[in-house]
Design a protein around this ligand. Structure first.
Ligand SMILES: [Zn+2]
Ligand SMILES: [Zn+2]
Length: 144
């Protein structure tokens, strides 16, 4: 942060508990992965790279359990005196990425996930899992 143009790589895995997610979707047993480049500017710090977090949930259509990873590209600006409306305020001499990492990853975890994009879900009439086979109760015909 002392000299503009300095770039530092931040590549590490952090326990999810240290990031302080308060969300049952986040897999606390798996580390959060950070692959970031931190570049100092004359009036702030630019952080860009990739974040990833393990999460689990339930398919919104067929209710199958899902356990996977969400990753997201980040491109964030920190400024001591924010002039850019999207900039985070830089406090003190230490860059604290925790809030950005937490908020960014929580947005990347889907609220209503699907086990796969073309999940057929459960039959609304008989409850059969239509990914396994057509249920034959006739409701599917009305649907399509
Ligand atoms: Zn599904
Ligand atoms: Zn059915």
């Amino acid at each position: 942060m002392r000299r503009a143009g300095t770039v530092r790589e931040v590549v590490r895995e952090v326990p999810a508990a240290d990031v302080g997610f308060d969300d049952p979707r986040v897999d606390a047993a798996r580390p959060v992965s950070l692959e970031l480049e931190v570049e100092s500017l004359t009036d702030g710090v630019l952080v860009h790279g990739r974040l990833a977090v393990g999460w689990h949930g339930e398919c919104r259509r067929c209710l199958a359990p899902i356990a996977t990873t969400a990753d997201v590209d980040v491109d964030e600006l920190y400024q001591r005196q924010p002039t850019n409306p999207d900039a985070h305020r830089l406090e003190g001499d230490q860059l604290d990425l925790r809030t950005m990492v937490r908020d960014t990853l929580l947005l990347a975890v889907p609220d209503a996930p699907l086990c796969r994009p073309d999940c057929r879900g459960l039959c609304p009439r008989c409850g059969a899992d239509l990914n396994e086979a057509p249920c034959g109760c006739g409701a599917a015909d009305v649907d399509r």
